[in-house]
Write a protein that binds this ligand. Structure first.
Ligand code: SF4
Length: 281
């Protein structure tokens, strides 16, 4: 089992735009900068591929002793750590090595909160449900399409239909779980199927488009007219129109565009102070 320390730390606090807007900027990866889900649009992949650091079939591991030290000594008691910095902590390799499983036990032992973001249904298996502490765990399961076949053409994670089952199982057990529609690619999502999911909470992150993304998805990009920084975005009125079709009790939007972020914060998000809308008992 190898350690990885080649591209920054596996425990990181993001800064800049994201750090300013996100309430949970501190993140921990259990499998380093390698992800066998290998999503074609992956932002981490774009960052690491040209550095020859993206090896989707050869994930590396965090050193467990180092992970325990970070959890015990570096993570403050009142902080929420997101388990997903660059990659998914529940890749298939987790079924064999159970690094994330042991990291979760350490979070529980030290009574520190964690926010899991994943495209795997492993989190809802009986084994993992036993290790999730309902007082400490917050879970977001990502959906990018409601069509299993279509999703398989650009990501190798658990099929969306099984992710939906995982969301419903966790929600039925009263975990703080959300549907994470991210990136939201409107032509790929049947919104009626999202509305039918038995889970009251959803977080939406709209697709942002650059030349790399345009090559990945064969969709009509003519509505992506708003340019900010390196990306093109849907204009606010178009986003509002799309969001009006989502029927959930608690809707949040994680926003990239500054003006849209302010709009969400003051007029839309269920919890104006927390885009992730985590619940605490
Ligand atoms: S699951 Fe996330 S980290 Fe892994 S390849 Fe897909 S987008 Fe990248």
């Amino acid at each position: 089992m190898k350690e990885i320390r080649k591209f920054g730390s596996l425990y990181n606090t993001v800064w800049g735009w994201e750090g300013l807007k996100c309430l949970y900027p501190t993140r921990l990866d259990t499998y380093g900068q390698w992800c066998s889900h290998n999503c074609s649009y992956c932002y981490a992949r774009a960052l690491l591929d040209f550095r020859w650091l993206w090896h989707p079939n050869n994930p590396k591991f965090i050193d467990l002793k180092e992970a325990y030290r970070i959890i015990a000594e570096e993570i403050p008691q009142n902080q929420i750590t997101r388990l997903w910095w660059m990659t998914d902590c529940f890749q298939p390799v987790e079924r064999i090595h159970r690094i994330t499983y042991n990291v979760l036990k350490a979070f529980n032992y030290y009574k520190k909160w964690y926010l899991i973001v994943t495209k795997s249904d492993l989190i809802a298996s009986d084994d993992y449900i036993k290790v999730l502490d309902p007082k400490l765990a917050h879970i977001q399961i990502t959906i990018t399409s409601t069509d299993d076949e279509l999703a398989a053409s650009y990501e190798k994670a658990t099929p969306p239909s099984k992710r939906i089952q995982a969301i419903e199982k966790l929600a039925s057990l009263w975990f703080d779980v959300q549907i994470r529609l991210s990136p939201y690619i409107p032509p790929y999502v049947e919104i009626g199927k999202i509305n039918d999911i038995k889970c009251d909470k959803i977080i939406v992150e709209f697709l942002r488009v650059n030349h790399r993304i345009q090559k990945r998805f064969k969709i009509d990009y003519s509505d992506y007219t708003l340019k900010e920084w390196w990306y093109n975005h849907l204009p606010l009125d178009k986003k509002i129109q799309l969001l009006s079709k989502i029927k959930k009790n608690q809707i949040s939007v994680c926003e990239d565009v500054d003006e849209h972020y302010q709009h969400r914060k003051h007029h839309f998000n269920y919890n104006p102070d927390d885009c992730c809308n985590l619940s605490f008992n």
